[in-house]
Ligand binder design. Structure first.
Ligand SMILES: *Cc1c(COP(=O)(O)O)cnc(C)c1O
Length: 347
């Protein structure tokens, strides 16, 4: 409330001191030179694509198993989304499948660190080098996640984060961030965010109103102090799940030492998913089924010519995935109840 009052008293409702301070605090926490406050994760991805010079007709490879916004930015620029199948354990893009999808027209790869699990970035960096491609990271779900000790978003050319209320760092408005290890990309994103206006009423490019609001920065700055503790709690809950879930036929995510997940979701697969979900419901355990339909089979992309069977692992995952409860406030007894309910499923 104090942060809100300070923002309202200051009259700086868009960008301003609160956003500056939040940007600085977040950059320090993730080990970046700077981060740029944006009005949503979707806008942040769009700015990453613009800063990487993706043009109409360019092909951009991404995963069919993600939230739609991972691919919107490609469509916004009239570039062509090209999908590749995923790894059945991490649910992230499979680098080998990505390499098979590369053509003369490929300009960039958008890697999504899905559910907070960092993708195998050493493989993707190598691919980007080998084929001279831009590498964009969708870090909407991977706040503070690292790969080999480097924060996601700082490994490829640039990264986009989301502060939508459900994310690991969630605001009370829309919100997002861009980050890049490359100063020239950060400079360009900063410019594009605010109408591409280097001086007042001079426009150097086609810009956007993708600015973060003061009240958003003010709240996120307060919540940021707790993000490390909340992330550790998510990881502790996940460790309990990994140790406790032992139902026949269940597939659990791997715990990778060089790429620890920040568990935006804790997701397992089971061939009898719908009956298991119904059973969990009767035990008072709510679950999610993200994502029910892969991107290549969405009506909006009918024109791309994909069909059922093109990406069997992604398609099967949509039918088998269960997202179990995970958030910092969840208590040990509740986690135990989820585990007992899960393991007691007969069917
Ligand atoms: C939430 C999300 C986005 C979009 O972020 P918004 O802030 O909601 O616009 C993009 N990609 C992924 C993977 C997401 O989960």
């Amino acid at each position: 409330m104090a942060a809100f009052e300070e923002t309202l008293d200051s009259g700086q409702f868009i960008l301003g001191k609160q956003v500056d301070e939040f940007e600085k605090a977040y950059a320090e926490l993730m080990g970046a030179e700077e981060v740029i406050g944006i009005n949503s994760g979707t806008s942040a991805l769009h700015l990453c694509l613009r800063a990487c010079g993706v043009f109409p007709g360019d092909e951009v490879i991404t995963t069919p198993f993600t939230f739609m916004a991972s691919s919107w930015c490609i469509s916004y620029e009239k570039a062509v989304p090209v999908f590749a199948d995923i790894d059945p354990f991490t649910y992230n893009l499979d680098p080998e499948k990505v390499e098979e999808a590369i053509t003369e027209k490929t300009k960039a790869i958008i890697v999504v660190h899905l559910f907070g699990q960092p993708a195998p970035m050493d493989d993707f960096v190598e691919l980007a080098k080998k084929y001279d491609l831009k590498l964009i990271e969708d870090c909407a779900q991977s706040h503070l996640a690292t790969f080999n000790g480097t924060s996601t978003g700082l490994i490829g050319d640039c990264g986009a984060l989301s502060c939508y209320p459900t994310k690991n760092l969630g605001g009370l408005t829309e919100g997002g961030l861009c980050v890049s290890k490359d100063k020239s990309i950060s400079d360009q994103i900063r410019l594009l965010r605010n109408h591409a206006m280097p001086d007042r009423y001079t426009y150097s490019d086609v810009g956007y109103n993708y600015r973060m609001e003061g009240i958003c920065g003010a709240l996120l700055k307060v919540k940021l102090k707790y993000l490390t503790t909340w992330t550790k709690r998510r990881q502790a809950i996940a460790a309990k799940y990994l140790a406790g879930l032992n139902l026949e036929g269940v597939r659990v995510p791997p715990a990778l030492e060089d790429a620890p997940s920040v568990y935006h979701q804790f997701s397992v697969c089971h061939p009898n998913r719908d009956a298991l979900v119904a059973h969990l419901n009767t035990c008072g355990v709510a679950t999610g089924q993200f994502y029910p339909r892969p991107l290549h089979l969405q009506p909006v992309y009918e024109g791309l010519g994909y069909k059922h069977g093109d990406f069997p692992i992604a398609e099967r995952t949509c039918e088998e995935i269960i997202n179990l409860p995970i958030y910092a406030e969840l208590e040990d007894e509740q986690v135990d109840h989820v585990i007992e309910s899960f393991n007691s499923f007969k069917g």
